[in-house]
Write a protein that binds this ligand. Sequence first.
Ligand code: F6P
Length: 341
Amino acid sequence: MRIGVLTSGGDCPGLNAVIRSVVHRGTDVHGDEIIGIEDGFLGLIEGRSRPVSHDDVTGLLTLGGTILGSARVKRERIEWAVENAPTLARNLGIDALIAIGGEGTLTAAKMFSEAGLPVVGVPKTIDNDIDATDVTFGFDTAVHVATEAIDRLKTTAESHQRVMVVELMGRHTGWITLTAGMAGGAHGILIPEKPFDIEAVARMVEDRFERGKKFAIIAVAEGAAPAEGTMRFDHGAVDQYGHQTFGGIGTRLAHELEDLLGKEARPVILGHTQRGGTPTSQDRVLATRFGWHAVEAVHKGAFGHFTALRRSEIELVPIAEAVTRLKTVPADRWAESEAIL
Ligand code: F6P
């Protein structure tokens, strides 16, 4: 078979490991030809592709990013592509497609599949917010990077008796922040699933200093928000040099805590460092298993399904189950951390 493979949406560590695994399983075992489609659905629309051989994937297991490139594509273009799906597949000469991506990609994969393009999905996101799979690859690496950052911030925070506010990725869900916050022993953890009260955050810091602790670390997800009307610096703040800032929640929170407590506070925005670099061993293995099962799914004709990890096993699950809702952190899960505020 000629199997197209694309990576779409924000990149994440482990994408290359899936591509490598698809090539190994497809070419070595089934005699498939693997066609790499460039820049996600953009390449499908624009007919940009290249064969990917065994040699092309040498060394990919440990390499972050994606050799195929990735892009976020506007919904109107996807809808156009769905209407023209059979023609686009014919132009590329592919019999089936493996689409590796997050919620947006899997939604598009479902639409293509319903339009007659045989697609198997592979879930990826550092955010771990895709439903119907226990975990996605990329998440473990992001947590690892974030945990190391929290560990490192402790020594500098203590030296200067400061509050460090580390902002982690997660627009809609707090999986990275809760997990890295727990692993790194953050003193306050703020996630989108639970609107926080700035007074409670300030009290936690004050209590620590009163007990003789010399610093505090707060891990905040980029999508975390205060309960309405509880923060004064909702529209920007003035930094220590007197400059107006319009940062995200981490920056605003640090400024407001400094103002409330009269203690030095610094925001640290980890941003895309959480998505870069080599995947952890756990992510490499999960990505490799997903690639293996995606090829098998194509040969079984399990189109419209995606590879999901469930209780250590990989299952093929209808894509609809992955895209109906985002997997948020349930209350009984975040309640396990004393640091949740
Ligand atoms: O979905 C993955 C993610 O890294 C989010 O955590 C983050 O909010 C977003 O992508 C950033 O997107 P971009 O790379 O387009 O800035």
